[in-house]
Design a protein. Structure first.
Length: 291
């Protein structure tokens, strides 16, 4: 896994640096955007873009733009999730959250700006993407990030606080809140290829859906078992806030079993993908990670 991460870590960092260098209208806004985006993180969504794209022969230049766009959307969502009106978190990636380091208003605007920057990157001629690819990828990302995806999932999460959801309700919430953007990363990476086969897109869709849910199950487990230092954010926050989680509903052992089942199903979906080694490695990383 280290080899794969090292291979693309410099690429996504350079792509994000270049993208953020275009923000020149206000130094404070630019600083907040850089703070939220360049301060570490797993870069999982960017790595999924590269892994899925390379598996079906996509060009690296195109993947750079889309990977950076996915990271911009992800970082925007973290800024807004951490705000006092949402999860009210003080720590992210081992550092003060953006609204603590700057202020609430600047944090909101930085998140807004990162969201729109993502679509600018995809539709910039420098991305190397064809017009049809720009439209398809933009639509995929907008759907995953919007009311029917990530934002809708966050709304469900807010409404569910202090309540006991059924397993089906919990899965629906997390398929939107967390899984939608992970699925978009995989599908958008594949859409960077000139002619991805429908069967390949379908297989990658199954892989991404299973993996997105597994990611959240592991997140819920780590909120209980990992320390604040390991997570880079406050551990036990979900329990304290009365959030609906898999361990609260199923128990820790059953939640771990579910994560392994989802992992096996994700891996099994890759049999028709020729160059699937990176995707296999990422699946293993997600279910075995400690943060």
């Amino acid at each position: 896994m280290a080899t794969y991460q090292q291979q693309y870590a410099e690429r996504i960092q350079a792509a994000l640096e270049q993208a953020l260098a275009s923000v020149t209208s206000n130094p404070r806004l630019a600083a907040a955007m850089r703070y939220a985006t360049l301060n570490g993180g797993k870069r999982l969504r960017a790595e999924l873009v590269y892994a899925a794209g390379r598996a079906v022969g996509a060009d690296l230049q195109r993947l750079d733009a889309v990977a950076a766009a996915l990271e911009c959307i992800h970082c925007y969502s973290l800024i807004h999730d951490d705000l006092p009106a949402m999860d009210d978190d003080k720590l992210r990636r081992g550092q003060p959250t953006t609204h603590i380091e700057f202020d609430d208003a600047t944090a909101i605007l930085a998140g807004d700006a990162l969201q729109t920057l993502a679509f600018s990157l995809i539709n910039d001629p420098a991305s190397g993407l064809e017009d049809t690819q720009c439209r398809a990828i933009s639509l995929e990302l907008a759907s995953a990030a919007g009311a029917n995806g990530m934002v809708g999932g966050q709304m469900l999460d807010i409404e569910a606080t202090g309540q006991q959801l059924s397993l089906a309700e919990l899965e629906n919430m997390h398929r939107r809140k967390t899984g939608a953007l992970i699925s978009a990363a995989v599908r958008c990476g594949a859409l960077c290829a000139d002619a991805p086969e429908a069967e390949q897109l379908a297989a990658l869709g199954v892989y991404a859906a299973k993996l997105g849910l597994a990611f959240q199950v592991i997140d819920d487990i780590l909120d209980i078992e990992a320390s604040t230092e390991q997570l880079g954010k406050t551990s036990g926050a979900d329990q304290e806030a009365g959030k609906s989680t898999y361990p609260a509903l199923l128990g820790l052992t059953e939640s771990k079993d579910l994560a392994q089942t989802l992992y096996q199903e994700a891996v099994a979906s890759l049999t028709m993908i020729g160059d699937n080694s990176r995707l296999m490695e990422l699946a293993g990383f997600i279910v075995n990670r400690g943060h």
